[in-house]
Design a protein around this ligand. Structure first.
Ligand SMILES: O=c1ccn([C@@H]2O[C@H](COP(=O)(O)O)[C@@H](O)[C@H]2O)c(=O)[nH]1
Length: 238
């Protein structure tokens, strides 16, 4: 996962995904399958993407009682994805159960998928967290609390904003992964994202992987946009 740019394939169906990926023929990608695509296509979309040799983040953000999450993760592990996730708000017992499910479902001889926890969605602002979630401290403290809980529960990392990744690595070490959506090049709209930063800022934070959706998928030339963001993220000067 280290130094990856993960493209969020937020499309309604397989046809649109395969059409989008045609432009990326020469690239081996790390792609994210979210709720919309997975709910419409089911596991066959994972099969199709694996056939194209792409790495896959299955972003279903599980959040339920431990037994349910464990059983669901056992199923997800059998798909052969590289990365899956839960909401840290589900608690340490739920996160431990998620790992047990993954261990139980991973086919023998294969590595279990990495499992990370969403801390606070990047679409949540400080004001929303205070007024709607009644968090007592700052939003950053809430993110750090969830990250510490995830690490104590044995998870491989967290989903957070690029604005919090540096703080998390400082406290929890560089090996604990930070995966950050909320990436917006300077010229891009924020849309529903609240805690955003540029790819260049992300590079300075020691982030493991950035997740980018609309700035690539809605671009006039998605491949060009992908390459530009990737170069900014890797610090490549053209
Ligand atoms: O806190 C989170 C967790 C997940 N996401 C997902 O990342 C992508 C971001 O897409 P953009 O189009 O670049 O905004 C999207 O699939 C979300 O479901 C997130 O944004 N924030």
């Amino acid at each position: 996962m280290k130094d990856s740019l993960i493209i969020a394939l937020d499309f309604p169906n397989k046809g649109q995904v395969l059409n989008f990926l045609e432009a990326f023929e020469s690239e081996q990608l790390f792609v994210k399958v979210g709720m919309e695509l997975f709910y419409s296509e089911g596991p066959s979309i994972i099969e199709a993407l694996k056939k194209q040799n792409h790495k896959i983040f299955l972003d279903l953000k599980l959040h339920d009682i431990p037994n349910t999450v464990k059983r669901a993760m056992k199923v997800l592990a059998s798909f052969g994805c590289d990365l899956v996730n839960v909401h840290a708000a589900g608690g340490s017992e739920m996160m431990t159960a998620a790992l047990e499910g993954l261990d139980a479902g991973t086919p023998s001889g294969l590595k279990r998928p990495d499992c990370i926890a969403v801390t606070q969605l990047t679409s949540t602002s400080e004001a929303q967290a205070k007024s709607e979630q009644f968090i007592t401290g700052s939003l950053q403290e809430s993110v750090l609390n969830y990250a510490e809980l995830a690490k104590r529960s044995g998870l491989d990392g967290v989903v957070c904003s690029p604005l919090e990744a540096g703080m998390i690595h400082h406290r929890l070490g560089s090996e604990f992964h930070t995966v950050t959506p909320g990436i917006r090049p300077l010229e891009s709209e924020m849309q529903d994202q609240k805690r955003t930063a540029t790819p260049a800022f992300a590079r300075e934070q020691g982030i493991s992987a950035i997740v980018v959706g609309r700035p690539i998928t809605h671009a006039a030339n998605p491949l060009e946009s992908y390459l530009k963001i990737k170069n900014d993220w890797k610090g490549v000067r053209l």
